[in-house]
Design a protein around this ligand. Sequence first.
Ligand code: ZN
Length: 307
Amino acid sequence: MLNKYLLYLLSKKKLCGNILRNKIRDANSDCLLCKQSKALKTNSHIIPGFMTKSILGNTNKKRVYLLGTDRMHKSAEYSQDTDKEDYILCTSCEKYLSILETYIANRLHDRLWNIRYESQFPTYSNGEIKWRVCEQIDESIFRLFFYSIIWRCHIASTEVCKNFKLIEEEAESIRVPLLACKYDKHADFIANLPAYVDEIPIFPFIIFTAENFGDRTKNIISPNSSTRNPYEFIFNEYVLYFSFTNNEKQNEFQFLNNTDNSKIKIGFFSYKFWETLRKQHMDFFVDVTKKNLKKRGEIPWGFKHDE
Ligand SMILES: [Zn+2]
């Protein structure tokens, strides 16, 4: 049932509409999170480095390719790191977000696939679907962390994120509680969090990953706003379906939907299922790209012999 629904969602994706671009920012711009201090930080990762590291590969020749359904008539661009942006955050807000990142990197990412920490993630199965429960991870910090990435994808004007936009009220409904919980020292953040937990809204989300991945450099990073509520995010080894509303589509995820303040559940799917999803994404990408090229009267760059 769930597998079918995921594939259904993918098949229903449409092209994004017109998106407002962020204006050029500089050291005089205000921090987009606190809106008080100057956004002096440069090279802020939009999606934290630990989540995107494996897509770059293990060799010295680190590359991540930029694919866009509207740019396949041009040669493929690549970079040696994933998206970063200057002048979006002040020093203090950047420190705060890095506290969330360090917590999740240590408690989730470094442990989820490590057999030594198996007992921290009890595994359940209904025969078809397997999932794990993050017993040792604070559910509020888990939420704040993923809210912060969704918000960063919204504010970013990088190539990967420029077409992704939340509705402005949705973005504020993340930014405000994110800021309310802000401390830029780890100990202060942990000590004060209980006082602010009630201010963190419980937006329903499902998150899943795979037991193993094969070649991780084939993975995808894609915030996608062509389906709203749920929004779909693919962050290399994690896929997130997230809604600001309580809606039928999100409810289709049933028991995997994280709808309250209990411990977070993570779908832990088979390699085979992961491969099927990856293929579905690429097929969809090729399909939309073909339509765009036809509309523009262009041919794919790889077919051009005179460039
Ligand atoms: Zn700030």
